[in-house]
Ligand binder design. Structure first.
Ligand SMILES: CCCCC/C=C\C/C=C\C/C=C/C(=O)SCCNC(=O)CCNC(=O)[C@H](O)C(C)(C)COP(=O)(O)OP(=O)(O)OC[C@H]1O[C@@H](n2cnc3c(N)ncnc32)[C@H](O)[C@@H]1OP(=O)(O)O
Length: 286
């Protein structure tokens, strides 16, 4: 297990409170109450068990601190989040895979049901679980024209669970979600805007952070209670489905991931990840 630490400091010059964990940095602007959370897990912010645990811990802390909103972004050069850490799925230890999948469910539940509004500033590639991380926020701003976003699970020979698919349907609608998931298409920034995967695009990260803050400012005059109740009612059926089917979803996934066919597909995919030149993979799978 990685050594983990959390430290809290207040910078008297910027009036920002910093919370730093080993893979996540959070800065809360004292005046606006908005937290900016930066993922920093090189090389690609892949979601492994320890990273998911940190995300849950930080979300709980932000909730306790009663932040007014959160912007989620990446501190890496060209990747927002590469999705689930494939090493958690390939040749898995069944006990760890059980814990990993349970923690993934809990991370999604925490993020999808936050009591404060959330924005993702997508400043890099965002495939599969990375795209889902962004979809689980309330609003999405994508940066530049160089990155790709989408659900490429089918290209890995795996499929997304029902709660994952329902989250996408809630954002882009049933038909587009089906085409997107079955083809595994990775979208350019403009295409993502066109099908509604993202709400806004802009040229650089600073402008994207401003747009994110602008969205969060909409809630200045909205009662937090009204916000939370509205969101809960809107998302209730998908949330309730997962709560009612958590164990079934874990049992199925653990068995399915260990099947020889899935393991072979993951092995081939990991090999292609190593053999293709940088970024070729993402463009190959368009
Ligand atoms: C609230 C959150 C809920 C989230 C989800 C909920 C439910 C999900 C359920 C299931 C579906 C989800 C499935 C998945 O997410 S599977 C993962 C899919 N991801 C990918 O296919 C990404 C593959 N990677 C790439 O395309 C590229 O790496 C990149 C992201 C475009 C970056 O390219 P770049 O050229 O910058 O880097 P490299 O390709 O050289 O990679 C560097 C290094 O990282 C390793 N790596 C990349 N991606 C992953 C990954 N996902 N898991 C583990 N490791 C990864 C790569 O192999 C390199 O390793 P090396 O040892 O060679 O240095």
């Amino acid at each position: 297990m990685l050594r983990r630490y959390i430290s809290y400091t207040t910078n008297k010059f910027t009036n920002c409170r910093h919370v730093s964990q080993s893979m996540l940095q959070s800065t809360v602007d004292e005046k606006s109450g908005i937290a900016t959370v930066t993922m920093n897990k090189p090389p690609v912010n892949s979601l492994n068990l320890e990273f998911l645990e940190e995300i849950i811990t930080l979300l709980n802390k932000l909730q306790k601190d009663k932040v007014r909103g959160m912007i989620l972004t990446s501190g890496l050069q060209k990747v927002f989040c590469a999705g689930l850490d494939i090493k958690e799925l390939y040749k898995p230890n069944p006990d760890r895979l059980t814990k990993f999948w349970t923690t993934l469910q809990d991370t999604w539940l925490s993020l999808y049901t936050t009591s404060f509004p959330t924005v993702s500033v997508i400043n890099g590639h965002s495939p599969a679980g990375g795209c889902m991380l962004a979809m689980s926020c309330d609003y999405r701003v994508m940066v530049g024209q160089n990155y790709r976003i989408g659900f490429n699970e089918a290209k890995l020979g795996i499929f997304a669970p029902k709660w994952f698919q329902n989250t996408i349907i809630a954002v882009i609608g049933q038909r587009k979600a089906e085409v997107s998931l079955t083809t595994g298409k990775m979208y350019t920034t403009d295409e993502a805007l066109q099908i509604g995967l993202v709400d806004e695009t802009c040229a650089d990260a600073d402008s994207a952070l401003k747009k994110g803050t602008h969205f969060l400012n909409n809630f200045q005059n909205i009662s937090p209670w009204a916000y939370k109740m509205t969101k809960d009612i809107n998302r209730q059926s998908t949330i309730q489905w997962l709560i009612d089917n958590k164990q079934k979803d874990v049992d199925f996934t653990v068995e399915y991931m260990q099947s020889p066919g899935v393991q072979k597909n993951l092995e081939l995919y990991l090999q292609s990840l190593k053999s293709l030149p940088p970024l070729k993979l993402i463009s190959e799978i368009n």
